[in-house]
Design a protein around this ligand. Structure first.
Ligand code: AMP
Ligand code: MG
Length: 420
């Protein structure tokens, strides 16, 4: 990396969040994820590696969407309470069986919801719009147009139509669509694997009672949860001293064995240099970003070893988790081949319930708690230092104060991004 690039990347200053993220994502642009074929029953939250086109019409046969009578729509035109139409009941369709017989002019067949529409019929009059005359005759008190109360062949999705695009995260309804089409195996991208390291001589496993001066490891399990929510797999490299000779070999091993590596702890000046040096020693391209105009999360380090992203996240749990959302999650999505433009992020509009200040030129991520109001939601900022994990636990989501703004006034309608 040249000195000018380094300067541009903010080694001598802070760079903007979007620029930092884009700089990383651009480096991952040419990545082609590995693929694997798995049973549909295991495909929830995986990413489709290739588009799926409907191999057949859904439904394969026209079906009724109501309990009622299968009719020729023309026979019912103009029927009303005051001038009912009369149809002879010439048959009955049973659930799960092919329709026998044909609906001819002036006749109808009884049909249940989901029953296959018999030949000749092109609509269904719902029971509620009929009056029985006797076992063989029915009065139609409301006419129907062709196609009413039926699902036509291929009307759900037609053969050859795009069912799901490549890069789609498979949601429950997507699995349902594939099942309906008879697709029971899907080709998805390989799960991204993420190595996580906690650093710091003061950190002990959360299962232990910390001696004076020590604290429990919050970051590994919290970041691990975020990794899993991102659809990736976690590999735990434990808690490692921030002494170079101990830390570097663990980092190297984690990079070798995973697609992405996160270490946390490293906002302090000593570790900052170590984190940066260690990433540099992993080989080119090395450090991409060190320090962003962001609160919380300013000291984040983003590097690349070959094509593998390596993140040095701040030690303060809130900062680490905020940096995960802004930088790590998009990198995992990119490596998993997930296209995020197809499914928008969960967000709602809320009314800010107090004034919040921010420094110009910096992006603030303000955690909020949402409270129901008559006409929507109020957002209460959850104030707390970036070391206070309970502030994040109390929050339902966050909103962004952009670089261009020096704060937000009470009453402003804000977009709250929801934590899942
Ligand atoms: P550092 O970034 O190493 O300077 O750490 C900043 C603060 O975060 C310090 O108070 C650390 O003790 C704390 N910290 C670092 N790593 C963790 C962790 N894994 N869990 C909880 N707190 C941490
Ligand atoms: Mg530390």
């Amino acid at each position: 990396m040249t000195d000018t690039t380094r300067d541009m990347l903010g080694r001598s200053g802070l760079i903007a969040v979007d620029e930092a993220r884009q700089f990383l994502l651009d480096r991952l642009r040419n990545h082609t994820p590995d693929q694997q074929t798995i049973p549909l029953s295991q495909a929830l939250d995986r990413v489709l590696a290739a588009p799926v086109f409907a191999p057949e019409d859904l439904p394969a046969h026209p079906r009724s969407t109501m309990d009622g009578f299968a009719v020729r729509a023309a026979d019912t035109f103009g029927a009303s309470e005051s001038m009912p139409g009369y149809l002879r009941i010439a048959g009955e369709i049973s659930m799960g069986e092919a329709a026998a017989g044909t609906v001819t002019a002036g006749t109808c067949h009884r049909i249940p919801t989901g029953g296959l529409l018999p030949d000749g019929a092109d609509a269904v009059v719902m029971f509620e719009h009929t009056v029985p005359v006797d076992d063989t005759m029915v009065e139609v008190v409301k006419g129907v147009g062709p196609g009413v109360n039926t699902l036509g062949r291929g009307e759900d999705i037609a053969r050859g139509q795009l069912a799901l695009p490549a890069g789609q995260l498979l949601r429950p309804q997507d699995l349902g669509l594939l099942a309906g089409l008879g697709i029971h195996e899907v080709t998805v991208t390989r799960r991204v694997s993420v190595g996580i390291i906690s650093t710091g001589d003061e950190i002990v496993p959360f299962t232990e009672t910390p001696a004076p001066g020590k604290i429990r490891d919050i970051n590994k399990i919290a970041l691990g949860g975020q990794v899993r929510r991102a659809g990736a797999a976690v590999v735990d490299y434990g808690i490692v001293s921030d002494r170079r000779e101990i830390f570097l070999p663990v980092l190297q091993q984690a990079v070798e064995e995973n697609d992405v590596v996160l270490f946390s702890g490293g906002s302090s000046v000593g570790m900052r240099d170590l984190g940066e040096q260690a990433i540099a020693e992993l080989g080119p391209p090395g450090i991409l970003v060190h320090g962003v105009a962001l609160k919380p999360g300013k000291p984040v380090i983003i590097g690349l070893s070959g094509h593998k992203p390596v993140f040095g996240l701040p030690g303060h749990p809130v900062s680490a988790m905020v940096c995960f959302d802004l930088f790590v999650r998009p990198a995992i999505d990119r490596l998993a081949g997930r296209t995020t433009d197809q499914l928008p992020e969960a967000a709602i509009t809320a009314r800010l319930d107090r004034n919040i200040n921010s420094a110009a030129g910096r992006r603030d991520i303000v955690r909020v708690r949402l409270v129901r109001e008559d006409n929507g939601w109020a957002a209460e900022p959850v104030l707390g230092k970036s070391g206070a994990i309970s502030s994040l636990s109390r929050a339902h989501g966050y909103f962004i104060i952009p670089e261009s703004s020096q704060g937000m006034l009470q009453g402003t309608l804000i977009t709250v991004h929801l934590y899942s």
